[in-house]
Design a protein around this ligand. Structure first.
Ligand code: NAP
Ligand code: F7E
Length: 385
């Protein structure tokens, strides 16, 4: 039975990857951080008590700042594959915590690669590199685009990227960089922009929130569906030789377009007034069911400069030629379907029956290996149970 070790197993990608590998018959080991409250809500639904003979997912306490422990874990587990997804992954937060971000997001990779080198264990290694490393480089961005990072997060990821290349070349390790563009899902962390929007739309429609306060509405991102992207992580480690790949959809939309699409799916048309920090999103029209809750002209979106970044990444759009040709990559979930599935789940969380077009599309396109039990499963149960 193949054995995988996942850092960041409690995160969005780690949870999907664990589900995916378990479905493929892997024994999955994950590193979790000790916290004063439980932080395993994204993987609770696949957890089986390790005393049971069918338990195939085993969790170990650890931290990316602790090299001794990482070495010991790798030495004891002897994984066939290591998926290194753990990181301080929020770009805005990296401006507040640059050194911490460098330590965890950058040096964390060095600690794992060096543990592999020192122990002599021949695991295949996946590094969660990011499109943020392209920064201000013009789109479309590919594996040969020159990196121009625009944040402490991107600089830390770039350091980790080069360490991965260096250890591959210097020590002949099977080590890959997946340069993944933004990927989202109902399990996305609540302070990333997509989930912030889908939660806010749902909260506004259920009367739990009055307005959505946003930063830069004009930033453009290449947004894909996270479960598709974890399949690509796995594929990268199944190739004959290790290499680096860009993964995205090759389509790009602005934050403003994401907001429009999310509201529209729920039956609210938004019109934009003003410019810069005076920009407002107001209700232009609504479906009948919101007549008692929303009024035409009501302000639903405003700008709060607190959410601006000292330096912004304006425009990301992937050139996926290499992954297409070598890995057979073809994105399956469209932008609209992504917004819809996130909206479906966030509407459910606040007790509103969703249109379910997103859920149906995802199921129809073969993502049966995840049932989307997701972040805040308990809150969902409380709300609709
Ligand atoms: P995420 O939801 O923020 O998950 C991050 C994971 O890292 C969590 O499990 C977190 O644990 C763990 N972690 C953080 N600090 C740690 C530490 N000091 N020691 C051990 N574990 C630690 O991120 P994601 O969206 O799943 O992304 C996965 C990886 O891909 C990250 O490296 C991210 O930077 C990278 N990436 C993401 C995207 C994207 O669009 N999602 C695109 C490109 C690259 P807790 O649950 O305890 O916080
Ligand atoms: O921002 C703008 C913001 O925080 C997207 C991480 O997974 O993807 C992610 O990084 C855009 C930016 O993601 C708000 O300025 C406007 O231009 O969702 P985000 P990100 O910074 O692109 C990459 C690939 C990663 O590797 C990272 O780990 O949206 N934006 N207003 C806002 N963003 C947030 N969070 N909140 C706002 O209110």
């Amino acid at each position: 039975m193949p054995r995988a070790l996942i850092t960041g197993i409690t995160g969005q990608d780690g949870s999907y990857l664990a589900e995916f590998l378990l479905a493929k018959g892997y024994e999955v080991h994950g590193i979790i951080r000790r916290a004063s409250t439980f932080n395993t809500h994204r993987i609770d639904h696949i957890y089986i008590d390790p005393h049971e003979s069918n338990a195939k997912m085993l969790l170990h306490y650890g931290d990316l700042s602790d090299p001794g422990l990482l070495t010991e874990l790798i030495y004891n587990i002897i994984p066939d594959e290591i998926y290194h997804l753990g990181a301080q992954s929020h770009v805005r937060v990296s401006f507040d915590m640059p050194e911490f971000t460098g330590n965890i997001t950058g040096l964390g990779t060095t600690r794992i690669l060096d543990a592999m080198r020192r122990s002599g264990i021949k695991s295949r290694f996946y590094q969660a590199s990011s499109s943020e490393m392209f920064g201000s480089a013009l789109p479309p961005q590919s594996e040969t685009t020159i990196f121009q990072p625009q944040s402490p997060y991107a600089a830390a990821k770039l350091y980790a990227y080069w360490l991965t290349v260096n250890y591959r070349e210097a020590y002949n390790l099977y080590a890959c960089n997946g340069i993944l563009f933004n990927h989202e899902s109902p399990r996305r962390g609540e302070i990333f922009v997509t989930r912030k929007i889908t939660r806010a739309v749902s909260n506004i429609l259920s009367g739990k929130q009055h307005k959505l306060f946003m930063g830069n509405l004009d930033a453009k991102r290449d947004w894909g569906f996270a479960p598709e992207y974890v399949e690509m992580m796995y594929l990268m480690l199944q190739q004959e030789t290790a290499d680096d790949y860009v993964v995205g959809t090759s389509e790009s939309y602005s934050v403003r377009e994401f907001i429009n699409t999310a509201f529209l799916y729920a039956g609210v048309e938004i019109e934009w007034l003003g410019e810069g920090i005076q920009t407002q999103g107001i209700v232009k029209s609504t479906s009948e069911k919101w007549n008692d809750r929303l009024q035409i002209g009501q302000v639903l979106v405003e700008i709060d400069p607190r959410y601006f970044r000292p330096t912004e990444v304006d425009y990301l759009k992937a050139d996926i030629s290499k992954a297409r040709q070598k890995l057979g990559w073809e994105p399956r979930i469209t932008f609209d379907e992504l917004v819809n599935v996130m909206m479906d789940y966030d509407l459910l969380q606040v007790g509103i029956t969703p249109p379910s077009k997103g859920i149906n599309a995802v199921v129809a396109k073969g993502f049966g290996w995840t049932n989307h039990e997701f972040a805040n499963a308990q809150a969902l149960k409380n709300d609709i149970g």
